[in-house]
Design a protein around this ligand. Structure first.
Ligand SMILES: Nc1nc2c(ncn2[C@@H]2O[C@H](COP(=O)(O)OP(=O)(O)O)[C@@H](O)[C@H]2O)c(=O)[nH]1
Ligand SMILES: [Mg+2]
Length: 422
């Protein structure tokens, strides 16, 4: 619970990231609530009309869940608080039939619900079909109690039930589960009774639900390992949620980071194209890079000050200068011009220099982002190797071409922006 709280309240996670993860955060909050209230969630799964809702009603002794002979009465997951068990409160949860959603969505929904369950009831009203078997495999979770419930036993003879149970057993040998036959809502039956005078009479009676064995099983389970179940389940789920959130945070940050980098690349590229400076000075025109690094650091929850950001920028640029060495001057410019200048006669140098500036800032951004992702550190490799690897892995020409595209677009726009008669 405390690690979940930490995740939820982590001040280092910026608001943009939190916003995009609101769904995950709501899930975490729900899990915290569940842990606080020491709830045990018993969730019924199964095909539509197998009697899930009837079964939960029979267990709780209350007609809480809607039952229908028609297809698909249960549209949403619904809850009922069962009497608490020791300090733990038991919550019964009904789900729509596993066949009421299409393909992938159904799988995702069922799996999510199963992950949040502490005890899983998988309800059948006959032998296990191939599609039900697949569902069961999606829903079954290692380390989580699973009870396969054969409902509507009243519709079968004793021998039939034994046969169906044996068949289900054979198909689910690999799963750790219990199997029990019940009648949650038995049909009325007509009996012929013999009266004392020897005459016979038809009599209709509705037998009571027959679910004692299942109830017993559930109580035993709660008695033996109720707390263990919830604790284990919560930590498994928490681990997964935090992993998910951590992954998403990285994704969200990466996207936002790339946006910051591109914006600064463009600003730098355009600036240089409009106002060409000697190539040697490119590395020095670092004001924008410092601003970019500060924004990136904020995104990664580090919020560098101006002095620190300048220091980092200088470190990165020093690596780049060493790396490029001789290449950075003449060769790189001529290669940039070759890549960039195809089909161009005017503004050639300007665009080439602008593209180069764009590329340089792009490198600085990528290297800085790597440093932030590693938690404000160069790792064991040091800045030189990091810079080298990043430069090696980026496709220089495609970045230069992209830069050229964007710079030219902006240059053209600024030219045509003037009214023709002026
Ligand atoms: N014969 C018989 N019918 C049952 C039993 N349990 C439920 N039903 C009937 O099966 C139908 C579907 O039940 P419902 O609980 O709505 O199924 P769900 O869609 O799985 O929630 C209803 O008509 C119930 O009365 C049972 O034990 N025996
Ligand atoms: Mg139902």
């Amino acid at each position: 619970m405390s690690s979940l709280r930490q995740l939820l309240n982590d001040p280092k996670i910026p608001a943009v990231v939190k916003e995009q993860l609101s769904h995950e955060y709501a899930n975490i909050q729900r899990l915290i609530d569940k842990l606080e209230q020491e709830q045990i969630h018993i969730v019924a799964f199964g095909k539509v009309s197998t009697g899930k809702s009837s079964l939960l009603n029979a267990i709780s002794g209350q007609p809480h869940f809607q039952v229908s002979p028609l297809h698909g009465e249960t549209k949403h997951t619904s809850h009922l608080d069962w009497p608490s068990y020791e300090q733990q409160s038991v919550v019964l949860i009904d789900t729509p039939g596993t066949d009421e959603f299409d393909g992938e969505e159904r799988e995702v929904m069922a799996q999510q619900a199963a992950k949040q369950a502490d005890v899983i009831l998988f309800v059948l009203d006959g032998d296990l079909s191939e599609s039900q078997k697949q569902q069961l495999e999606i829903i079954a979770q290692p380390n989580k109690p699973l009870i396969v419930v054969l409902n509507k036993a009243d519709l079968y003879t004793h021998d039939e039930i034994e046969r169906i149970k044996a068949s289900i057993e054979a198909k689910t040998q690999h799963l750790n589960k219990r199997l029990v036959a019940v009648s949650a809502d038995p049909r009325a039956r007509t009996l012929i009774v013999e009266l004392p005078d020897g005459s016979r009479q038809e009599k209709t009676e509705t037998p009571p639900a027959h679910i004692d064995e299942l109830k017993q099983l559930i109580w035993e389970l709660l008695d033996k390992e109720g707390k263990t179940i919830t604790a284990l389940n919560a930590s498994l789920f928490a681990g997964e949620v935090s992993e998910d959130v951590a992954k998403k945070i990285i994704e969200v940050r990466k996207t936002a980071g790339q946006k910051i980098i591109r914006t600064h690349c463009m600003a730098k590229g355009i600036g240089v194209a409009f106002n060409p400076i000697p190539v040697a000075d490119l590395l020095l025109a670092a004001g924008l890079d410092v601003a970019m690094i500060r924004q990136l650091s904020k995104l990664y929850g580090l919020s560098l000050g101006k002095v620190e950001a300048t220091k980092l920028t200088t470190t990165i640029m020093a690596q780049l200068a060493v790396l490029m060495g001789a290449v950075w001057g003449v060769n790189l410019l001529s290669s940039a011009m070759k890549t960039v200048s195809a089909g161009l006669s005017t503004t050639l140098t300007a665009t080439a220099q602008g593209s180069l500036a764009y590329y340089a800032t792009y490198l600085v951004g990528q290297i800085a982002e790597y440093y932030f992702i590693q938690g404000n550190s160069w790792g064991k490799d040091g800045p030189k190797t990091v810079a080298k690897n990043i430069v090696k892995n980026l496709d220089r020409n495609s970045i230069l071409l992209e830069a050229r595209e964007q710079i030219l677009q902006t240059l053209n726009k600024s030219r045509t922006a003037k009214p023709p008669d002026q």
